[in-house]
Each structure stands twice: as structure tokens, then as C-alpha cells.
Design a protein around this ligand. Sequence first.
Ligand code: ADP
Length: 261
Amino acid sequence: RQHMARGLPKQKPIAGVKQVIVVASGKGGVGKSTTAVNLALGLMANDQTKSVGLLDADVYGPSIPKLMNLKGNPELTNKNLMRPLINFGIPCMSIGFLVEEMTPIVWRGLMVMSAIEKLIRQVDWGNLDYLVIDMPPGTGDVQLSITQNLPIAGAIIVSTPQDIALLDARRGAEMFRKVKVPVLGLVQNMSVFHCPKCNHQTHIFGTDGAKKLAETLGVELLGDIPLHLNIRKTSDTGQPVVVSSPESPEAEAYRRVAAAV
Ligand code: ADP
């Protein structure tokens, strides 16, 4: 196990990719994919000389096609590699490009990992400074294999300030530590709701939970993203907030997360 944890024999780099950054969460629905997308765009916004790609490893609930407003099947190169679909300057790969939107995907154990392997390695990524991976939620076998099979520069963990989400986020952080992947920090999402009508601020999922967890774990709090209608709307329409409202405080919050990478 120790040997596996170091992962040295199997950690084959991805051709053309300099750094892999994974975005993880202990559970679903906390804003992991939204963060992954806006982080990728934020990395580019912060330094336009950098090339950034996005891989949807959340094969159970692929959301990158919708978030990045991309549809269709990847073409094959003459080396039989899939060409990523591109929007906002970001090459993306997702299982969602390979199956119909409404088709339920019933995975059997090892199929998941072999599908992810293909989405990672049978792709013509070109030259990327960063590949951002939107991980499946949780800390199961798939997450573990990804961390063991790839050289990962760092992990970002997304959590709401709520107790239950934090507990899962802590497990996530511990998984990365075990496999020696540096945890770059936590992103607290949906922390506060500013009522647009009365300006009252409500901490719907509690106050500062992720901030306290970051302190306990000895990792940085990379960002604090409010629960904001603009984030939900821009995500649903495939116009991520970092590109559609670059002047907004929400976009600024995501760019700050990107600046910490
Ligand atoms: P996960 O990847 O963790 O399952 P998603 O990124 O898909 O979560 O987000 C779940 C839902 O919450 C989506 O509808 C998304 O638009 C919305 N959402 C995420 N973050 C925010 C936020 N800060 N404010 C408002 N809505 C958000």
C-alpha cells in the first residue's frame, strides 16, 4: 500500500500537459464543477499566455458540457486521439460528448476507471500549462485511482460551510494527504446570500465552516464564494461568470482562487 501510495511506477504524465490540478469535493452538489470551470477560466484570465484544459472526470454526472456550452462528438486525429471540444479558449473533454444526454450510464466497477483513462490519455490535449480535472464527488476507488495514476500538482477542495459537507471535505483532504498529493487549499462555496431586495446577508449553510476547517487542516482558504443568483444563472446557460460578468465580485472571487494555483 505504501508503495502504491507513492504511486511512482504508474504515475505516467499526460502527453503535453505540464500541471494537473484536481478540483474535488467530499459530496455532490456543493459547487465543485462550477468551481472547476471558473478556475480554468480564471487561470486564463489571470495570465493570457497560459493554456488551460478541462477534463470532466465526474462520469456519473458530467456537467462540463452544459457549463461550457459544448455539444457534439470529438473528432479523431490521424493518431486516433480524440480532439477536445473548445469553448472560451479552453479545450474540454467529457463523457458527455460521447453519449447522448438522456442516456443513463450504468457503470460496472472497472469500466469507470477505463473510461476515465481514455478521457485523459486518448486525447490530443496539445500543449497545456494546466489541466483542471473536475473529479467525481467523494473519496471512492475512482478518485483514489486517479490520484495514483497521474502526477498531480495540487488539489483544491470545495465545500459549503455546512457541517456534513465539511466532514466529507475533511475525508477528501485526508485522501490526498495519504497519496501525497499537495492540497492547495479549500474553497468555501455558498457561504453567504446577499438579498438583492433588502441587502440583508444570510449565512444559509452556516458561517465560516470551511474557514475553520482550513485552519484545522493547516491548509489555506483559497476563496469564499457567495451563494449568488448570477453564478447559478450563468452556469445554467453555459456562460460561466468569469467570462460573462468579469467585473462582478463573484468573478473576482474565482480569479483569486486561480491566483493561488
Ligand atoms: P457539484 O459539482 O459539486 O455537484 P455544481 O457545480 O454542479 O456542484 O453546483 C450545483 C448547483 O449549484 C448548480 O446548479 C450550480 O449552478 C449551483 N451553484 C454552485 N455554486 C453556486 C453559487 N456560489 N451560487 C449559486 N449557485 C451555485
